[in-house]
Structure formats: C-alpha cells, structure tokens
Ligand binder design. Structure first.
Ligand code: ADP
Ligand code: MG
Length: 459
C-alpha cells in the first residue's frame, strides 16, 4: 500500500516538474521569437529609409534568430493544434520576407514601384504573424493550466484509491484475524469441556478435532491419555474387587473364630483374653464392612447390582435406621429428632438399599457432629414424590469439597483429629443407590454450622 502511494506521488511530482520546465522553455522561446521578429521589422523599416547595407545585415541576423527560436518551439511541440499555429506563423512570416525581398530587388534595379502597395502587403503579413504569436501564447498558457488541472484530478484519484485499498485491507485483516482466533478458541473450548468431563470421571476419549493441525495432534494425544486413564481406572477397580473378594472369606473365618473363642468353645477364657478377643472381633467387623462397601461399589459401577423393588412406606425405614443409631448418638449426647409427615405415600424402592442410604447419612451426621449437637431427619410429600433430609449441627463441609464428596474415596478437608478416619465410600454408594432409583440427592452446608443432605424418591 505504501509503495503504491509513494510511487503514485513520485509520478505526480515528475509530471509537475516536466510541465514546469517545458512551460518555462516555451515561454522563453516565444518571447525571444517575438523580439527577433520585432527587430526584423525595425531594421526593415530603417533600411527602407536609409538604404544602409549594415541595416540589411542586421535584418538577416534577426531573421536567423527568428528561425532558430522558431525551430526551438517546433521541437517542443507535442500537439496538432500547436503545429497548425506554428505553420500559420511560418507562412505569414515567409510571405513578409518574400514581399521584402521583392522590394529589395526592385530597389537594386533602381525601378520605381508602388511603395504603398508593398507597405500594405507587408503590414498585413506582420499583423498576421503577430496575431499568430499571440495565439501561441494563449494556447500554451491554456495547455499548461489544463495539464495542472488534470494533475490535480489524478492526485485526488490516487488518494481515493489509496483510501479504498486501506479500508479494504483493514476489513480483510480484521476478518482474517477473527477467523484465525475463532478457529483456535472453538476447539480449545471443546477441549476445556472435555477436560472437565474427564475430571468428573468420564474417561471416554472421543474428541474429534482436526484443525488447526497442532490442536488436532493435541486432541489425538488427549484421546490417547483418556483411553489410558480408562484402562488404569478399570485395572484399579478390578484389583479392588478381586482383593475384596479374596479378603472376605478369611475375614469372616477370623470373626467366627474369635466369636467362638469368646463363647468359650476353645476352653476357659480369662478377662484379659476376652478384652483382646473383643478388639479382634470389632476390628474384623470394620474390615468386613470396608470389604463389603468396596464390593458393593464395584458391583454398582459395573451395573451388576440387583435391586428388589417394592412399594414401601419409607417412614418404617427411617424409624429402623434411627433406632439402630440411638445408642451411639446417646453416648455422644446428640439429640436425634424425627419429623415425618403423616400419610406419606408409598414409594417404589429396594428397602435394604434405602436403609443402607439412611444408615450412611445418619452415620455421617453422628460422626461429624460434636457432643451436644442436634440431628433432625425429616420426610415430607412433594408433588408425587417423597423428600427425605438429614440435617445436623456438625462441622459442615467446605465449599470447595461440596461437589466432590459424592465421589469415591473423597473426603472433606476439615476433619478434626478425634474423628475416626473413614474410607470415603459411603456417599459414593449412597449416590449410586439413589441414582438407580431414579432419584436425586444433594447437599447444602455451612462450614462450622452444619450440613443438610436431601434426597428425593418419586412414587
Ligand atoms: N454430615 C456431614 N457433616 C460433615 N461432613 C460430612 C458429612 N457427611 C459427609 N461428610 C464429608 O464427606 C466425606 C465423605 O463421606 P463418606 O463418603 O460417608 O465417607 P466417610 O464417612 O468414610 O469419610 C466425609 O469424609 C466428610 O468429610
Ligand atoms: Mg460415611
């Protein structure tokens, strides 16, 4: 663009310069031509009066000057009209000289001749020549003016073209940059979404992005990574369920063995032995619980868990769960309150599994509520469904953990050291069970003030 404009203006400058020099030369030649002609006329007149030979020589010199300047003007001529004008001058000038030559011849012969007639004839030729010269002057002036006008127009044209080109380049540039930016941000957005999915546990590597090539390659690597993650995740689940399975039988034997020993089947048991055997049985119970949770979860994740659905009254299940938990809550001096609406409609559930849900939620509430706290479990009917919620006045859950605690092995960061360390499997199982029932579960919590877990089961 800049080169174009610079070239255009250089052109204009050259043309302007050439117009100026040619114009200058022409007007100078013209002036000299007029002077030479006037000198010729002057010497001719003087010669006729004085008949002096030197005057005639001066006349001839002026004539030579005239011819020289005339030829100079002819060499600068570039138009037909100018040529015609010069031709006219040539003719009338030749005629003037012709008449004068004849007059000289007659004078030399000493003949008498009609001087007045000759005078008139010359006068006419002189006037014609002078008129022609004047015309040439006006003509060159007009021509110059016209050329300058054309130059001005050409300049304006160049300016317009430059402006249009600049604007078009600008629009084109913006369009191209928008296109390029979009072609990068769009696949990046898709990748960001996919990354969140992977973070949420969906490892299917099905990103299909081909352009731009760098991102296409990145997407390919990303898919590869997803598939690897999927494989590793499966390996881990398989390993866990295998281990759990293998552990369950020996653990059950240990539990049975310690129970039998406690009952005195193996002989007299001292008080100290009883205490140790009780610890063994309790710890074995805990391990069996863990193994069962792991097995349950891997079954649920594989979609192999079977559910026995029936229409049940959920309030019975709530009572059962609360009663089972009362001894622990009493020992921690926690008030356990029930608020169940009358005539709750029956819902289609697997009562063993929902009982497991209630036990987990209430168990967590008791575990994470300090001494002297308060737990409330309520059930109410909402539009063709039953909503159950468990609220406590416990330690609460920090905001940054709220969306992960339903994932397996995930625990909140605000544990105090006196809380027995869990496994982080309970809520994952709860979520699986509620999902299998087509229900919904969520949590609201205020750290330091308590949490409320709520689930909805439709009728
Ligand atoms: N009622 C609650 N009050 C405070 N934190 C809770 C409550 N229920 C669950 N949590 C948090 O969620 C985590 C996951 O719970 P869960 O899956 O039952 O695992 P676990 O009880 O084995 O730790 C807990 O470790 C705890 O940090
Ligand atoms: Mg728990």
């Amino acid at each position: 663009m800049s080169i174009y404009v610079a070239e255009k203006f250089q052109n204009l400058k050259e043309i302007t310069g050439s117009i100026l020099t040619i114009n200058e030369k022409m007007s100078s030649f013209h002036k000299k031509l007029v002077d030479a002609f006037l000198s010729q006329v002057r010497y001719e007149r003087k010669f006729l009066v004085l008949k002096d030979k030197t005057l005639y020589e001066h006349f001839i010199m002026a004539k030579n000057d005239f011819d020289q300047y005339y030829n100079g003007l002819v060499s600068l001529t570039d138009s037909h009209q100018m040529k015609n004008l010069l031709e006219n001058i040539r003719q009338s000038h030749d005629h003037y000289e012709e008449v004068f030559s004849k007059e000289i011849e007659l004078l030399r012969d000493g003949q008498s001749y009609p001087e007045d007639l000759y005078m008139q004839e010359k006068e006419k030729a002189i006037n014609e020549t002078m008129d022609g010269l004047k015309e040439i002057k006006t003509y060159t002036e007009n021509r110059t003016y016209e050329k300058i006008k054309q130059l001005g127009e050409a300049g304006a044209d160049a300016r317009r073209v430059a402006l249009i080109m600049t604007v078009s380049y600008l629009i084109f540039g913006i369009a191209v940059s928008i296109f390029i930016t979009r072609s990068i941000t769009r696949p990046l957005k898709i990748m960001r979404k996919k990354t969140s999915e992977v973070a949420a546990g969906n490892y299917s590597g099905n990103l299909s992005l081909t352009s731009p090539p760098e991102i296409g390659k990145l997407a390919k690597d990303f898919n590869f990574m997803c598939n690897k993650l999927k494989e590793i995740d499966k390996l881990k689940s398989d390993f866990l369920s295998f281990m759990s399975h293998e552990l369950r039988t020996p653990l059950t034997s240990i539990k049975e063995g310690s129970t039998l020993l406690l009952e005195g089947v193996g002989g007299e048991v001292t008080e100290k032995q009883k205490r140790l055997l009780t610890i063994i049985r309790e710890e074995t119970d805990r391990l069996i619980g863990l193994v069962n949770s792991l097995l349950d979860l891997s079954k649920m994740e594989a979609g192999m868990m079977t559910y026995n659905y029936a229409y049940e009254d959920i309030s019975h299940l709530i009572n059962k769960a609360v009663i089972a938990l009362e001894p622990i809550s009493e020992s921690k001096d926690i008030r356990l309150e029930r608020e169940i609406e009358n005539d709750l409609q029956r819902v289609k559930i697997d009562s063993d599994r929902i009982l497991q849900v209630l036990r987990n939620l209430l168990g967590n509430a008791v575990k994470f509520t300090p001494k002297g706290g308060h737990i409330k479990i309520s059930a109410r009917a909402i539009d063709k469904a039953v909503e159950v919620s468990v609220s406590d006045t416990g330690i609460g859950i920090p905001k940054e953990n709220l969306h992960t605690i339903f994932n397996k092995f995930q625990q909140a960061s605000n544990k105090s050291p006196d809380i027995v360390k869990g496994t982080g499997l309970g809520l994952a199982i709860v979520k699986h069970i509620i999902n299998a029932h087509g229900g919904k579960i969520w949590v609201e919590s205020e750290p330091g003030h308590g949490s409320t877990f709520t689930f909805v089961l439709s009728a």
